[in-house]
Design a protein around this ligand. Structure first.
Ligand SMILES: NC(=O)c1ccc[n+]([C@@H]2O[C@H](COP(=O)([O-])OP(=O)(O)OC[C@H]3O[C@@H](n4cnc5c(N)ncnc54)[C@H](OP(=O)(O)O)[C@@H]3O)[C@@H](O)[C@H]2O)c1
Length: 425
């Protein structure tokens, strides 16, 4: 039996979940791995706070050095959240030669290069399966199982809060603000939902995932981001009529040395595997040149599912003689030789409010035609008060061309109500 002494940085939702899993499943873990984890010290903000688990008071501390600098502690588990001071504490633990396991996508996405440099310099391990999509083993799958692939596309539903909101808007026809309020009441959205609904959380995760998938650093700063706070229930309804489901997707594609990486509301055909991923579930759909299409699906958040990933990392780290580091030069800049394009190709859903007058439709089609954009599908609703609602889906087109066409058609007679990207497989 090998005994590994462990320290926690944080003991909220995830910390308590890891505590519970390590305590309740310890005999099985020992039997399966030959390792026993002993929790020695836990950093919190308030040692008197009531916690979900009966964590002995004497383990709690407000002094980070009691975790990061204790020579007996071999593994430091970080579940504090936020960029600072979590990054500083992890850096300190790595400098002290300890293995760090983190669930913190924000700190990792923003400071991965610093953490990685410290890990490599001091021979420490840095593991982060829990930072992306909770229990879904997408990190290890990408770096180990799919190493023989050139991954060309990754599209994921990586944020449970926004998926829950869009699912309910789609199934019940509810308005965004009402469904968000309900999600907050049920504890499925934070009191300040900005990070989720504006796509920051998804973009942090996409930065990590796309870097691993493309074996090249894709920093958070190059990712295009648009959240769901402006989504109109009217568009979800029209999308449904046309056979599409709306999801907040994190998308990364690579074609040679050109990549696009983006988070935005997206229509996908109802028969796409991601279309049936509902509620707070997460899923990643990817395409590799050898493995072809693949999808991983599961619980992307929550105390027990995230603990499953954390403890999986602890066992993985314990089983390795030397730490595992990424295959690429992990700097804070986009990998040399790579280019990020903002002119990605896909179909587009466009909703217009147009005067019901001769020549207006010709103006719309001319603006699209001038940019080489053709229409695949068009629905026109009877005019009310002299204005008709026009909804169209284009054939594949470039983002820049579509923006240019929409800017040219906007006039007293045409109001552009919405533009939503449409992705297929
Ligand atoms: N919740 C999920 O479903 C989920 C899923 C995947 C990943 N994650 C990630 O896991 C991490 C933790 O999430 P959580 O939901 O467990 O958060 P949480 O419930 O808010 O817990 C945070 C913990 O960190 C402690 N803490 C925070 N700032 C501190 C500071 N400056 N000094 C000392 N202690 C501090 C808090 O102490 P007190 O208890 O004394 O306040 C608390 O124990 C985040 O990075 C999150 O993104 C969460």
């Amino acid at each position: 039996m090998r005994r590994i002494v462990v320290g926690f940085l944080g003991c909220g939702n995830i910390g308590c979940g890891v505590w519970k899993l390590l305590k309740e499943f310890d005999a099985d873990l020992l039997h399966r791995s030959g390792v026993q984890f002993d929790i020695k010290r836990i950093l919190v903000r308030d040692v008197h706070k009531k916690r979900d688990q009966m964590v002995p008071q004497e383990l709690l501390t407000t002094d980070p050095a009691q975790v990061t600098d204790d020579p007996e502690i071999e593994m430091v588990l970080e579940f504090m959240g936020g960029e600072t001071p979590a990054t500083e504490y992890m850096l300190r633990a790595l400098e002290m030669g300890k293995t760090v396991v983190t669930a913190n996508k924000m700190a990792l996405a923003l400071n991965w290069h610093l953490l990685q440099a410290a890990a490599e310099k001091h021979g420490s391990g840095l593991y982060y399966e829990a930072a992306v999509c909770g229990a879904i083993p997408i990190i290890r799958t990408t770096i180990d199982s799919l190493m023989s692939n050139r991954i060309e596309t990754m599209m994921g539903i990586v944020n449970g809060t926004t998926n829950y909101i869009l699912t309910r808007m789609s199934q019940e026809g509810g308005e965004y603000a009402d469904v968000l309020r309900d999600a907050q009441r049920l504890g499925l959205a934070e009191p300040d939902p900005t990070s989720d609904v504006e796509g920051f959380d998804a973009a942090y995760k996409l930065s990590i995932l796309s870097s691993l998938a493309f074996h090249a650093r894709v920093p958070f700063s190059v990712i295009y981001r648009q959240g769901i706070s402006q989504v109109d229930a009217v568009d979800i309804g029209y999308g449904k009529e046309l056979g599409y489901t709306m999801k907040l997707l994190a998308i990364a594609k690579r074609d040679g040395n050109v990549i696009d990486a983006r988070v935005h509301p997206t229509f996908i055909p109802n028969d796409h595997p991601l279309a049936s991923v509902n509620g707070s579930f997460n899923a990643i759909f990817l395409h590799g040149h050898a493995c072809d299409d693949m999808m991983l699906f599961g619980r992307g958040a929550g105390s027990a599912p995230t603990a499953s990933a954390v403890v999986g990392d602890m066992l993985y780290a314990a089983s390795r003689e030397t730490p595992r580091h990424p295959t690429f030069n992990n700097t804070d800049a986009l990998a040399e030789g790579l280019q990020v394009t903002d002119n990605w190709q896909c179909s587009f859903y466009i909703r217009l409010n147009a005067s019901d007058r001769p020549g207006v439709m010709a103006h719309i089609t001319t603006c699209l035609g001038n940019e080489g954009i053709s229409i695949r599908n068009l629905v026109q609703r009877d005019a009310v008060d002299g204005c008709a609602q026009i909804v169209m889906i284009t054939h594949n087109a470039g983002e820049c061309a579509v923006r240019k066409a929409l800017a040219a058609m906007a006039s007293d007679d045409v109001r552009v109500e919405s533009m939503i990207r449409v992705e297929g497989k």
